[in-house]
Design a binder for this molecule. Sequence first.
Ligand code: ATP
Ligand code: FE
Length: 355
Amino acid sequence: LTFLGIESSCDDSAAAVVRLGEGGAEILSSIVEGQVALHADFGGVVPEIAARAHAERLDGCVERALAEAGLTLAEVDGIAVTSGPGLIGGVLSGVMLAKGLAAGSGKPLVGVNHLAGHALTPRLTDGLAFPYLMLLVSGGHCQFLIAHDVDRFERLGGTIDDAPGEAFDKTAKLLGLAQPGGPVVEREAALGDAGRFRFPRPLLDREGCDMSFSGLKTALLRARDALVAEKGGITVQDRRDLCAGFQAAVAAVLAEKTRRALAVYLDHSPAEPALAVAGGVAANGAIRAGLETVCAAAGVRFLAPPLRLCTDNAAMIAWAGIERYRAGIGDEGDLVARPRWPLDALAAPMIGSGK
Ligand code: ATP
Ligand code: FE
């Protein structure tokens, strides 16, 4: 079973070809064209610019993905496209293109929830069995999900304000560091003293798996301003210590909330207990180490797919398409683009599947 996948819900235009054969799943190609440079001057993703860039680039991404896979459209078994959630202009670009390709080739078309794409990735990379626990932690998302089945995800909790990636990016900005902030802050933190500034660990006193990261940014801003007021500026070492303190706080919150999410998950008596991460923040070594420790203590396997599959890509969309197609859940003619589409509402509103 071979699927073409198309992704355009945020600021990456992507296309990929994935095959499920007897030996398991194989990524035949995965093209990702980022737009960091296009949005750099605006301090964030500009929806109109993103939509236009997707419209201009997606065709080429698809051509390259097929060429690298050594296949023509006639040789794939189906097409999967991200139909939400995300910036509606970009999602529409992908959906329109996919509909055109499907109509022209007569291939089945499957609409995929972007978050489900992330959440199903550990099955693409490691053939993980349901149910497993998923921590999605990126620039736009932060949530715990139990993946029970291809289209059944149970949300245990998540951030009530900023996502951790966003907090890393804002921290970098406050300290005059480059974007995206995550890798830079991690590098600075490695040279800093995490014990010098004690930042808050929000919501740890509250039960459940919800998190909050916006207060951290305020605390960091206050610490920075106090240093500036005291001596007129911050030194290189101050900056490293601030980064280290910030990162330690994020890692501690994620580790503790993961411990609680694992307890809820283990109540389901999974046969092969596992925690998988997705999202760019999962690249962070300190955060990963915290999660690994918690998993080891709970006797749960910890799994982090390679970073290029943790961040936005189309291989995960092609794979989710294969999974849905195999399960008999398809989107036929009237697939629609959705700006909002919570994962735990996935099973209910599949439009056009008739199944
Ligand atoms: P989403 O896909 O959820 O809409 P996104 O596209 O912003 O959001 P990703 O591409 O998965 O998310 O990840 C990007 C985020 O990951 C950025 O906020 C970036 O700062 C963060 N990040 C990347 N590397 C690291 C790191 N080493 N430590 C912490 N954060 C990191
Ligand atoms: Fe994403």
